[in-house]
Design a protein around this ligand. Structure first.
Ligand code: HEM
Length: 730
């Protein structure tokens, strides 16, 4: 656009003058000074498809929405249905789907517009714009639902839009100001506190919570996060906030599954899935829990032989196989790829933690170019293949046990309540959520290694139920394991497997003297809530009797929430308790555990896995140096172009922050204020912008690769529009 309005090329550039295109006038302009259809081998092949329909038609209809056409013979008619223009463009689009060569493309496009425009416009009058300057060129927003197009009036000055952004958030700032919290810098907020990375972030948060009042705020960049360990607050939050939207990076993994689904989808899905978690169905799984637990014992025996074994890995495999046999009703021996699935899940969890605590990776444009994003996509694809294998197997046999989770989901696709990808997302979410039982089992064993007296009490309880018999565990037996249940509860108090309940605040919520403003996020850190000394005397002492009924009655409601509460609580909590009690009962009937590593609860690292941090830091530094060395040519030549001041890491991207709607205007202003050829750094990408016709011709004639755009790639894949140059087969 800037080339087309450059005063060096076009006299009075904002004057609308069709005679500029008289042959005698065209001859006087430099080549490549008018390139609406681009130039060179990669020019527009045919406006019949994307260009004509998507741009010419939508843009002309965009403008039409602000213009009132007048038909020659009906002056009184102030309504006009522009859908005709879209239809005409569509017809052109269809007729053009046959192959056309690039030379005839201009003619096709011009021809269609020459036919379309005279038919529909005998005469038009402007209702809104008085001059060409009034008509803002903009990036047209096409809503997801269809081709309705709205022209956004762009802000005159970026400062105004910045002021408007903050003005719109005034309530957020006002209420945030009333809540205490650690110091926040402009732009990054309190994110500097997490500079040491994700491995330490839980300890940092825990220390911070202990040093702050029960409710406090944290600015993570522009995001307002409020943390509370007040049971009364927790009650209001779990009963009124239903969006877990604080977790964009989780959405990328679990898509529309219950864990991350937006509220409207979640409500419908939860209703369907609840049917599969009723007590009667769950009770019928005890046999399978018993079978899988015995299989696990066999594996321990085979692997152990007096050596150390990774309990968690074996327990995770057991939990996955158990879910396959109960909720998915398939024999785990008939499917393959479980071990790989577990490895992928662990890697995803790690990436999720890295992204969560690395504020720069929250920015979509940085994230989508990062290698971690690519890794997430690959891991997810592999996991989906595993799930697809199970669904295909089940589709052959869904008629019996229709309330079983997978059959229930597949039946819902036939009723149109769910689609296939929804089924896969739900299964993936259940697999991930059920891992928490393996983690809890591992933690119980860990705790028992430290508390041999408590282990003895469990064994005495089991002896009173089973005697010396090694018979199968029944539902009645599980219901009599009161002490074991208290041990599991006490373990989840000290080490809640889901450490935070997070919700986004969609409406202002009043909590005592505070208001959680709409647009903020709220966290309930369970580890801290479960260790508050005012509710839990000697919080670091492992004491299962805290969960005797008389002691529970003394504590405030909502002070213990390992499975959360309210209608968005853990759907699998009964399943989890049944399976954990069965597994642990069989374990303690056969084994005793001793801790060789930990001597007290304080020693137990919450994350159970410590990596050699120093080694990683050195490795990261080496990789960083290599990365910049490989790009030295880019830096060298980039430095020869003039351009706006680039910030470290972000480059010139801040120029576009908060300007989604008027990014085009911002770019135009930038182009006008810089020399005809200049550079901008968009994060790590070097972008050279030129309005010099001679350069334009060289570039368009020689360069075949379009700038990579992940958004467009997702839509058009290898279509001509964005395919790499070698796909053109010229
Ligand atoms: C010790 C084991 C488990 C613990 C501690 C646990 C804990 C939790 C917690 C704290 C939540 C979040 C609730 C909220 O945000 O308010 C949750 C959600 C969920 N859990 Fe569990 N969970 C466990 C086992 C399971 C199992 C075995 C399954 C499935 C078989 C499961 C399925 C789910 C699902 C689907 C959700 C999302 C529910 C929704 O949003 O409607 N969980 N779990």
């Amino acid at each position: 656009m800037c080339i087309h309005t450059s005063p060096d090329i076009w006299k009075n550039p904002l004057q609308f003058d069709p005679d500029r295109f008289l042959p005698e006038n065209e001859r006087n302009r430099p080549r490549c000074s008018f390139i609406p259809f681009s130039h060179g081998l990669r020019n527009c092949i045919g406006r019949g498809d994307y260009q004509t329909y998507g741009r010419a038609a939508t843009r002309s209809t965009t403008l039409m929405d602000n213009w009132r056409p007048v038909r020659n013979n009906r002056e009184d008619d102030d309504g006009f249905d522009f859908s005709g223009v879209r239809v005409a463009s569509r017809i052109f689009y269809v007729s053009n789907e046959r192959k056309i060569n690039s030379l005839s493309a201009f003619k096709h496009a011009m021809f269609s517009m020459k036919i379309t425009l005279p038919i529909f416009f005998k005469q038009v009058q402007s209702t809104e714009y008085k001059s060409v300057e009034d008509v803002d060129f903009c990036i047209v927003a096409i809503p997801k639902e269809g081709c309705k197009v709205k022209l956004q009036k762009l802000e005159k000055k970026s400062l105004i839009s910045l002021a408007r952004y903050h003005w719109n958030r005034r309530r957020l700032y006002y209420h945030a100001w009333k809540i205490g919290g650690p110091f926040a810098w402009p732009i990054i907020g309190s994110a500097y506190l997490f500079i040491r990375g994700h491995k330490d972030s839980y300890n940092i948060v825990t220390k911070m919570i202990n040093s702050q009042p029960p409710i406090f705020k944290l600015w993570m960049g522009t995001k307002l996060v409020i943390l509370t360990t007040q049971p009364t607050h927790a009650e209001v939050i779990v009963k009124t906030c239903f969006n877990r939207l604080g977790t964009k990076h989780m959405e990328e993994i679990f898509k529309t599954g219950l864990i991350t689904a937006p509220v409207d989808i979640w409500r419908r899905r939860r209703k369907i899935i609840n049917k599969s978690f009723n007590t009667k169905i769950l009770n019928s799984y005890v046999d399978i829990f018993d079978k899988r637990a015995r299989h696990l014992m066999k594996q321990f025996e085979e692997k152990c032989h007096g050596n150390y074994i990774d309990l968690l890995e074996t327990l995770l495999r057991c939990s996955l196989d158990t879910v396959c046999e109960t909720l998915l009703d398939v024999d785990s021996n008939s499917i393959t790829g479980q071990a790989r699935y577990i490895t992928n899940t662990n890697r995803l969890a790690k990436i999720s933690a890295i992204r969560g605590s690395s504020i720069w990776l929250h920015a979509k444009f940085i994230w989508s170019y990062s290698s971690l994003h690519q890794e997430v996509t690959n891991l997810r694809r592999e996991m989906m293949d595993f799930i697809r294998q199970i669904i295909e197997m089940k589709k052959l046999n869904i008629f019996d046990k229709e309330k079983v989770f997978i059959n229930n989901l597949i039946n819902s696709t036939e009723d149109g309540e769910l689609d296939e990808s929804g089924v896969m997302d739900e299964i993936q979410s259940i697999f991930a959520a059920s891992e928490t039982t393996a983690i809890t089992n591992a933690l119980v064993l860990c705790m028992m290694g430290l508390h041999s007296n408590i282990q003895k009490n469990i064994q005495e309880e089991l002896a009173s139920i089973f005697g010396h018999s090694d018979r199968t565990v029944t539902l009645e037996d599980v219901n009599r394991m009161y002490y074991l249940e208290r041990v599991i509860k006490e373990t989840m108090r000290l080490f809640p497997p889901v450490p935070f309940i997070r919700r986004s605040v969609d409406e202002d919520i009043e909590l005592d003297s505070h208001v959680l403003p709409k647009g903020s996020e709220v966290y309930i850190p369970l580890l801290s809530l479960h260790r508050r000394p005012d509710f839990w005397k000697d919080p670091l002492v492992f004491n299962p009797d805290r969960f005797l009924a008389e002691n529970e009655a003394k504590r405030p409601n909502f002070s213990y929430l390992p499975f959360s509460r309210g209608s968005k609580n853990c759907i699998g909590f009964k399943y989890a308790m049944l399976s954990m009690k069965t597994m642990l009962a069989i374990f303690f009937k056969h084994y005793e555990v001793q801790s060789t590593k930990y001597k007290s609860i304080e020693d137990v690292d919450f994350w159970l896995a410590m990596l050699l941090a120093q080694f990683l830091i050195i490795l990261a530094l080496i990789l960083l140096v290599k990365y910049h060395w490989d790009r030295r040519w880019l830096y060298y030549h980039g430095s020869k172009f003039k351009g706006p001041f680039p910030w470290p890491i972000l480059g010139n991207a801040p120029l576009f922050f908060g300007k989604d709607k008027d990014a085009y205007k911002t770019l135009t202003n930038l182009v006008n204020s810089q020399s005809p050829t200049f550079r901008v750094w968009l994060g790590r990408e070097l972008v050279v912008v030129t309005t010099e016709p001679a350069y334009v011709e060289t570039i368009l004639s020689n360069s075949l690769d379009r700038f990579k755009s992940h958004n467009l790639e997702e839509i058009f894949h290898t279509g001509l529009l964005i395919a790499p140059g070698e796909y053109l087969h010229l």
